[in-house]
Design a protein around this ligand. Structure first.
Ligand SMILES: [Zn+2]
Length: 233
């Protein structure tokens, strides 16, 4: 599709996954990063949120992350900060002019929102998650790959343990974020020589393995699109 210096990414959630993701994509020469988070830096998770310092506690995460990237030599003009929550009202604006959406949020509701918003407008995206020593990376090309709802259908009625309750291993965050960043690059550039796309990646105790998934024709998010394709074929 396009080289990295022309690629634009929206990063949703600037915690233990979103900060190393932003760092990796910035270091890879992305043209534009949109950093989305409505929260402030908290002392409790600081050790795995690699862009923040203790003096950033209480400051908006996007602002602190942007300053950290500028200190590392990333031009300020390449970074935009959106201090909003990603939801159905803000999604369209946050995805505008973005090649790939990267979810690093810490809750399933947001992951489903990212999935549905991206499928609706045909935006490529990658969903990343970590709980304890387990991670997942799920890159999606709408209209081509299974989406998040093809796999999980809907969020559980009651949220499973949050990251804060279950705990998260910092090393796993960095590992999962690096795989997610590489998948996001493949999605943006349209180059996939080793086959990172079209699969769900599961990382357990430091070891990634992949599962090839097929889109579900009755998926509530993307099923109609695939049914139409089948009818046309
Ligand atoms: Zn689907």
């Amino acid at each position: 599709m396009r080289p990295m210096d022309q690629a634009s990414f929206t990063i949703i959630g600037l915690g233990g996954l979103g900060t190393p993701l932003a760092l990796a994509l910035a270091a890879s020469g992305a043209r534009r990063l949109v950093l989305v988070d409505d929260d402030v830096v908290d002392l409790s998770n600081l050790q795995r949120q690699v862009l923040y310092r203790t003096e950033d506690v209480g400051r908006p995460k996007g602002v602190a992350a942007k300053e950290a990237l500028i200190r590392r030599g990333v031009p300020a003009s390449r970074i935009e900060v959106a201090r909003v929550r990603f939801n159905s009202a803000s999604a369209r604006g946050l995805l505008h002019d973005s090649d790939v959406a990267c979810d690093g949020s810490d809750n399933l509701q947001t992951k489903f929102l990212v999935n549905d918003a991206c499928v609706a407008v045909g935006r490529r995206f990658v969903i990343a998650g970590v709980v304890q020593d387990h991670g997942q990376v799920f890159p999606v090309r709408p209209g081509h790959d299974a989406c998040y709802r093809c796999l999980f259908e809907a969020p559980p009625a009651e949220e499973i343990a949050t990251c804060a309750e279950a705990g998260v291993l910092g090393a796993t965050c960095g590992h999962v974020a690096a795989i997610a960043a590489r998948a996001a690059m493949a999605l943006a550039m349209g180059e996939d020589p080793k086959g990172i796309l079209g699969k769900a990646w599961l990382i357990e105790a430091g070891t990634p393995r992949s599962i090839v998934l097929r889109p579900r024709p009755d998926c509530q998010a993307c099923g109609i699109e695939f049914s139409e394709k089948e009818n046309q074929a």
